[in-house]
Design a protein around this ligand. Structure first.
Ligand code: UT7
Length: 341
């Protein structure tokens, strides 16, 4: 099972100390798509639950979104940027193939010259929870006191806006958290467990085919739009429902919780119907799930931390109750975490 649980006996316990998020100003609505694609607001809303998504300005890169979200999380944690001793960025839309977006972020946070580790992590839409697991391991091993974990994407740069089955799903955004040592009674939210999984059998259903070593950039890859996201919608939908269901069921049953004992479930924001399907089969009330996908669409690695920050700031995470994070994505990868809020 998940290795995150192994560290529970550690004397040091990791906790979320602060959260932050940022979305670009430009809002692209379903009605906007009606003008350029053979689609309707009604189709998009009923099939996905998405009504709008945010699009980064031409001069905004992933690291810019990271910096805005990170600054808010650092402020919320009540620390200074200089207190960070590890920077993690989960993204599938980095600024560059190299250097890492985490190093660019380090510079943008004014931390150039401070020799702390910084690296990117790619687990697609599960990326933030993978980052959280890494941060927890570092903190509980005594290797770091304050870890910045950011999930950020500028997916609008890797979408084919002529492909109506894909472009309507995704948006840009960033969410960040500061992970540090848990102090009981303090304003810290213990990360009780994190569980990660991957299965490389299906690496085709969610894919950006070109730009890596298999299909390096060429005129052909550009002409054939192979630098854009390709989704096998039906296959991913099936996978997502089964993993959402499995992770939530296992977490609830293993902990012996009833629906009333759970504070909130924060799922990866991919499709409202995936959540409805999980709720129905688990007999859980839909309002247990925090959703913001109507406004932002699927922001991949940003989705869970963006929702976590919004839910926290809106007072939608009841104190003293567990918060379950669940994510799934390309790889295929899936991951879940339990926080004590
Ligand atoms: O983080 C994970 C990332 N991936 C996902 O979240 C994708 C998960 N999958 C899904 O959310 C759903 O499969 C979709 C929303 C992508 C598609 O929903 P669906 O109910 O599986 O629709 P479909 O693919 O079966 O398409 C039904 C029809 C097709 O037409 P035909 O072949 O039946 O004539 C599509 O061409 O709907 C058509 N269609 C559209 N029509 C209007 C596809 N996209 C659109 C569109 N507007 N935007």
């Amino acid at each position: 099972m998940g290795w995150g649980r192994v560290t529970m006996s550690s004397e040091l316990q990791a906790a979320i100390l602060g959260t932050g998020s940022y979305v670009p100003a430009r809002r692209l609505t379903n009605q906007d798509f009606e003008k350029t694609l053979e689609t309707t607001d009604e189709w998009i809303t009923t099939r996905t639950g998405i009504r709008a998504r945010r699009i980064a300005a031409p001069d905004e890169a992933t690291s810019d979104l990271c910096a805005r979200a990170a600054s808010a999380a650092i402020e919320d944690a009540g620390i200074a940027p200089a207190d960070l001793d590890l920077i993690l960025v989960s993204t599938l839309t980095p600024d560059y193939m190299m250097p890492s977006t985490a190093c660019v972020l380090q510079k943008k946070l004014g931390l150039s010259g401070r020799a702390i580790p910084a690296f990117d992590l790619n687990a697609a839409c599960s990326g933030y929870v993978y980052g959280l697991a890494t941060a927890k391991a570092y903190v509980e091993a005594g290797l770091a006191k304050h870890v910045l974990v950011v999930g950020a994407e500028v997916l609008s740069r890797v979408l084919n806006y002529q492909d109506r089955s894909t472009c309507i799903l995704f948006g840009d955004g960033a969410g960040a958290t500061v992970v540090g040592r848990h102090t009981p009674g303090g304003r810290s939210h213990r990360i009780r467990e994190v569980n990660l999984w991957a299965d490389g059998r299906d690496t085709e259903s969610l894919l950006i085919p070109a730009g890596g070593s298999v299909h390096p950039a060429s005129h052909t890859t550009v002409d054939e739009k192979l630098h854009c996201v390709k989704v096998n919608g039906k296959e991913v939908f099936r996978f997502a429902v089964s993993k959402m269901l499995g992770m939530v069921k296992d977490t609830i049953e293993r902990n012996g919780w009833t629906a009333e004992q759970i504070g909130r479930i924060i799922p990866h924001q991919a499709n409202y119907r995936i959540l409805e399907s999980a709720c129905e089969r688990l007999n859980l009330p839909m309002d247990l799930f925090f959703t913001n996908l109507a406004e932002y669409g699927n922001t991949s690695a940003a989705s869970v931390p963006l929702a976590l920050d919004e839910a926290a700031r809106a007072g939608k995470l009841p104190a003293g109750k567990p918060v379950i994070l669940v994510a799934f994505g390309a790889g295929m990868t899936w991951a879940c975490a339990v926080l004590e809020w």
